[in-house]
Design a protein around this ligand. Structure first.
Ligand SMILES: C[S@@+](CC[C@H](N)C(=O)[O-])C[C@H]1O[C@@H](n2cnc3c(N)ncnc32)[C@H](O)[C@@H]1O
Length: 275
């Protein structure tokens, strides 16, 4: 049976309230294509029964599974390349020069999905900044979805996944072949701590940060949610820290405390100097 208008509305509201993801009225097909397989797996007849269950227990495990199923987890190694060039050529040299006294860096990769983005950052650090390998760098990667985090922690990728963006020399250096898959070597894996963090909640990250990657996730939210998330990022960022957004995202007209860093196509922002 097709999804009814009240059930569609109920599901879209639930997803929005719990994740910030805005699904328009025209996204019924998306709800069906993502949630019918979930209903089947848990032995429900269809979306009518799924929605009825949710109405009885709107904040249980099922609601969580529904929200996770509605997230888009598309990611790949060195996605868009420019942010990682900017990290290598502008951001890290500047921060390393400034933090020579404390000898520490704090990095957060939010909405990290299945891990390709944080492992890309870790490879940039290892490849080009060996001098700070002994610094007690804190590198946290988070996502809302437990399933993608499980894969990220495992660091196991198919041939198809490593073919997307990962240069062959880095594959050979930082991964080992395991059956048909490739596994991230322990040395690289140990650099990243994966944790669950819903961006709608208060950020469970202590201290301040030098670099925040929060790419290709704000596009799913409305302006108020973007504002709230960028305000929380701003509070966590050191005054001379850097924020990276996705290619289709901007702080412009959302949070004017940020200015674009002078690096071509890097998607990188810094805080305006306080007068
Ligand atoms: C398209 S992926 C982006 C992955 C990576 N940042 C990149 O650019 O390749 C978006 C990720 O945002 C996560 N996400 C969506 N809503 C979220 C929320 N409210 N809190 C935290 N993560 C969220 C999804 O689970 C998904 O893994």
């Amino acid at each position: 049976m097709p999804l009814t208008a009240p059930d569609s509305e109920y599901l879209r509201t639930l997803v929005r309230n719990r994740s910030g993801i805005v699904l328009g009225e025209d996204k019924g097909y998306l709800l069906e294509s993502r949630l019918l397989p979930l209903a089947k797996v848990i032995g429900l007849a269809g979306l009518e029964e799924l929605t009825a269950r949710l109405r009885v227990e709107p904040s249980g495990q099922l609601a969580r599974q529904v929200v996770e199923a509605m997230t888009t987890n598309e990611t790949f190694f060195f996605r868009d390349i420019h942010p990682f060039e900017c990290l290598k050529k502008l951001v890290l040299p500047e921060l390393i020069a400034k933090r020579g006294g404390e000898r520490r860096l704090d990095i957060w990769c939010a909405a990290a999905s299945t891990g390709q983005e944080p492992y890309t950052i870790a490879m940039v650090l290892r490849e080009h900044f060996q001098s700070i390998a002994s610094w007690p760098t804190r590198f946290i990667a988070t996502d809302l979805a437990s399933e993608v985090l499980k894969k990220a922690r495992e660091g196991r990728y198919s041939q198809l996944e490593v073919n997307r963006g990962l240069p062959a020399p880095l594959l050979i250096k930082y991964f080992t072949k395991d059956g048909l898959d490739w596994k991230v070597k322990d040395d690289l894996k140990r650099m990243v701590e994966f944790k669950e963090q819903n961006l709608l909640d208060s950020f469970a990250i202590s201290g301040q940060l030098d670099v925040i990657f929060i790419r290709n996730v704000l596009i799913y939210f409305d302006v108020e949610t973007k504002k709230a998330i960028l305000a929380k990022c701003r509070k966590l960022l050191r005054p001379d820290g850097f924020l990276f957004l996705g290619g289709a995202e901007t702080t412009l007209n959302i949070d004017d405390a940020f200015v674009r860093a002078d690096y071509d196509k890097g998607g990188c922002y810094r805080l305006k100097a306080t007068p």
